[in-house]
Structure formats: C-alpha cells, structure tokens
Ligand binder design. Structure first.
Ligand code: M6P
Ligand code: ZN
Length: 498
C-alpha cells in the first residue's frame, strides 16, 4: 500500500490568520485550525484520492488494523497533524497527560510539537512559566499577574518547539505552525487575556482542571533548524510518545519502509514527488499524507523539507542513547550545547602585568549544556578548561563570580590537571581548596569562586549549577579576590592583591 491522502478539515477560531489560506489559494472565512490527519472522533480524516476515496481512515483501520497502524499499535499511539494559523495569540492553555485524560475526559493525553512555517518579525510564543507551585499560580491568578510569569520563546521559520502535556503554552500572534501531536482534543484554557469574541463574550476558562494537570517547571524546548537546502536527516523531536524526523531533500531521497507502525509525512517547504510501489503522486507545500505500516519504501524527489512523525507504541519500552557524552559530542542532533572562549584580551585588566603576552592567547573555555535561567530549578552542566599559560608568571584563572542569587550553591569536580579553587566571602577573606582529578567542591552560594590553573596541564573542572543563580562579576571587579597566584619555576608564589 502507498501513502494515503486525506482531506483537511477546517475550524474557525477567534485568533485565526489567513497565511495558510493564501498558500493554498482558498477563500478564507476565519479558519484558524486545519486538522490535516486525524482519527480523533472530533474530526475524522476522509481519504481524498485512490481506491479508498470517501472512506474514513478509521474505517480503513477497522478493516486492516495491522496493515494500516502496525501490529500492537493501539488507539493511544495515534498521531494528529494540524495547522495552527494565528493572527492573534491563542489562549494560555494546558493539555492533560494520558492518565488524566482517560480518567476525566474519555480522551487521550496531548503532547505536541510545533514546526514554525512562517512567523512575523518579532513573533514569539509561550511555552512554560516560572511558577514553582500551584499555590503560586493561584496567587498570580488572584493578583492578575499571570502574564509576568509566562516563559516566552521568540520563533522564526524552521524552529521546532516541543510542548509536552502539562506545559502551560500559547502559540503567539503572526505564526503559522504545523502541530504534530498525540490523538487528543482536550484543552484546558487557563488564561485568555480577558479578550472577548465578536459577540462580546469571554471564552470559558478551565482553571481547576488546568491546575490539576499543569506540571510546574516544565518548559517547552526550542530547536532551530534554518532552511539551508542541504540534504540531511535529523531527529528533532524525541518524546516518549513519538518522534519527528526532519528530512531535507535536494534531489532524491529514499524513505525506508517502517513496518513497525504507521507514520505521518508532511511537506513544510517546497514540494515533492513521491514514488511508492510504482505509483507516483505529488506532495504539495503544506500537505500531509498518512503512511500505513504496510507502505513500501518511498522515493522522494524535489527540493523540499519533510517531517516524518513516528509513534512509539506504548507496549514497547524505549531505550535511548544519552543526549551527549563527557567530551560534549552529541548523540542526538536536536541537542544544543554552548561553547564560550575567553582570551587574554577579554580579561586583561584582571592580571597584574600582561606586557609581552599575546592578547589573543586563549586562557580558558567553557563547554556547557545550558539550563533555562528563567526556570528556578533548571540546571546547567559545564566543563571549564583553563590552559597552562603564564601571564608574566601569574597563573591563569576564570573571572570568578558571586551568584546574583546567593541562596544558590554550585558543585565543581576536578577532572584533569592541578589547580586551586579560590573562595572569597563578603569581608574579602580569601582562601583556596586544592583541585585535582577526583576532587569535589561544594560551593556555598554566599562565596565568590574562581578556578586557577597552577600546573603544566590543562585544568579541567566540571560544574553543575542552576543558571537562575546568575553571575555577579561586578562585585569581584569592585572587590577583587585577596590574593594573586604566581608560579616561578616549580614554586607557587602568592601575593596579596594590592
Ligand atoms: C564554571 C561555572 C560557570 C562559569 C565558568 C567560568 O563552568 O561556574 O558558571 O561561567 O565556570 O567562570 P567565570 O564565569 O567566573 O569566568
Ligand atoms: Zn558559580
């Protein structure tokens, strides 16, 4: 069996935009959503071409469950593709997970991922909040300060935003997004900007249920994949429920068969010609097709970007690779890691005498899996490497900092080389701990901290800290650490900071 084409089903919404209608050259009457592929009772896709034309996808499944969905694939594994075309912001909302939806709504849970096809300049969306508890949310509702707590993510074409069930979220104004999500139509509207529809009515809110299902501290994750027309295959979304692979085709690509389950295939840039089992069909820009489990391999021709949604049947436990390795090489293409480099010229004023030393000398670098500074409990994991340079005998060091939030601690762990971890309290009292492979340092939030390489090898130190701590460098500039550390030959020489 080949790809199955179905007809889109449109819904009017108060926030609707006409970007999709313009792309599709159709008359627009305020439709903001389009269910592209769905077997949900709310909107059941009907086959639009071929010998099954006129039948619902559901009826095909009833006749040939294993051939269409795959053996062992059940109702709760199904996926839905839909467009959201927003001229105005959607309500701030939250979807239940599977367990709650089953027990309370006779529906499935909703986890979703948005691919941004088009976004107006400066567009952003909401995916998460800094609320730490339901009590905090309730207090903010009472005080009318919800908007101050929402976590906004700027987006542009090619961005993916992952929104697991339980995340407070709202697609923003000026965005056309394709949503690939689980098979659900349960939305709890939490906040609607007090806006009224054309008849002057507020839309109903579902605050109690929202509070039941919201997962505080859960934020959406953005992965940017700018359109560069270079052929590639990347797994961008890897939820427990399903994955989404991005496939950029420029020329020809063979999409292998996947007999384990059905898949969804969407064209989000350009257009493609698909050949499967000797039959050829077009896949237009913004079109999605359903690939039954029995679908053979597909040859794709064109200059296009495709998204493939693949369910992970819940009866099978998923065992994944770790996201990245200690050398910061990534095992999943959707992981973003940061890398900062400090040269002498960036921090020359911290040293006693930089004369004769090349300002381009790299003193240290920090590789990091950055947490989210807007989420109080989020963690960053970094590796600092300080190279064994001497700045006129002064040992190289990190800038050193206090945390902006001094209630926040940090842990360092020595991995290679030898050095010192210098501490300073608010009285200017300065002391050190030795750092060597295997040394562990639990840093109090009330102390400034700086690493110093006193050895002949790179000093490598791992660090774990909440990025919400912030870095206070100014205080260290105003009141420097009490000592400078030099090395003359094999001797350490410590002099008080003037
Ligand atoms: C560690 C952590 C980071 C810090 C880095 C470099 O990896 O403590 O927060 O940024 O060291 O230190 P600094 O910012 O003081 O130069
Ligand atoms: Zn720190």
């Amino acid at each position: 069996m080949g790809p199955i084409k179905v007809s889109p089903m449109y819904d009017k919404t108060i926030w609707a935009g006409d970007k999709l209608a313009k792309i599709r050259n159709r008359v627009w009457n305020g439709e903001g959503t389009s269910w592209e592929i769905s077997v949900h009772p709310y909107a059941q896709s009907v086959v639009s071409e071929g010998k099954h034309k006129g039948n619902t996808l559901v009826s095909l499944i009833e006749h040939d469950h294993d051939g269409i969905l795959g053996t062992g694939v059940t109702d709760e594994d199904l996926l839905r593709c839909a467009f959201l075309d927003a001229k105005d912001s959607l309500s701030v909302q939250v979807h239940p997970g599977e367990r709650y939806a089953r027990e309370n709504e006779n529906d499935h849970g909703k986890t979703e991922a948005w691919y941004i096809l088009d976004a107006d300049e400066g567009a952003s969306l909401v995916a998460g909040s800094d609320f730490r508890s339901r009590d905090e949310i309730q207090a903010s509702i009472d005080a009318g300060t919800i908007e101050d707590h929402l976590y906004r993510i700027p987006v542009t074409e090619g961005d993916f935003v992952q929104v697991p069930s339980g995340t407070l979220h709202a697609l923003g104004a000026g965005i056309l997004a394709l949503e690939i999500g689980t098979n659900s139509n349960t939305t709890y509207r939490f906040y609607d900007y007090n806006r009224r529809d054309k008849d002057g009515n507020l839309r109903p809110l579902h605050i109690a249920k929202s509070l039941d299902v919201v997962v505080c501290g859960q934020t959406g994750v953005k992965v940017s994949t700018p359109v560069d027309h270079q052929p590639k295959v990347k797994r961008i979304v890897d939820f427990p429920e399903y994955s989404v692979d991005l496939i950029d085709v420029n020329g020809e690509y063979t999409l292998p068969a996947w007999p384990a389950s059905f898949r969804t295939l969407s064209c989000v840039k350009g257009e493609a010609v698909l050949t499967c089992e000797g039959e050829t069909s077009d896949l237009a820009f913004t079109e999605s097709v359903f690939l039954p489990a029995s679908c053979g391999e597909i040859t794709v021709k064109g200059d296009c970007r495709l998204l493939v949604g693949t369910p992970k049947p819940r009866s099978v436990m998923d065992i994944k690779e770790p996201r990245f390795l200690t050398d910061f090489s990534k095992t999943a293409s959707s992981v973003t890691l940061s890398h900062g480099v400090k040269k002498l010229k960036d921090i020359a004023s911290y040293y006693l005498n930089t004369e004769g030393v090349d300002p381009e000398t790299v003193l240290y670098e920090v590789q990091c899996d950055d947490g989210n500074p807007e989420v109080p409990g989020s963690l960053s994991y970094g590796l600092t490497t300080i190279y064994p340079n001497r700045i006129n005998e002064e040992c190289p060091f990190t800038k050193g900092h206090w945390h902006m939030d001094e209630s926040v601690e940090e842990v360092y762990e020595g991995e290679a080389g030898t050095g010192l971890l210098m501490y300073m309290n608010h009285d200017g009292m300065t002391w050190c701990e030795k750092v060597f492979p295997g040394s562990v340092h639990h840093i109090a939030g009330t102390l400034a901290h700086r690493l110093i390489n006193t050895g002949d090898e790179p000093l490598k130190v791992r660090a774990v800290w909440p990025p919400s701590a912030g870095h206070n460098y100014d205080e260290v500039i105003a009141h420097p650490f009490g000592f400078r550390v030099f090395r003359k030959g094999n001797e350490l020489k410590v002099i008080p900071h003037e």
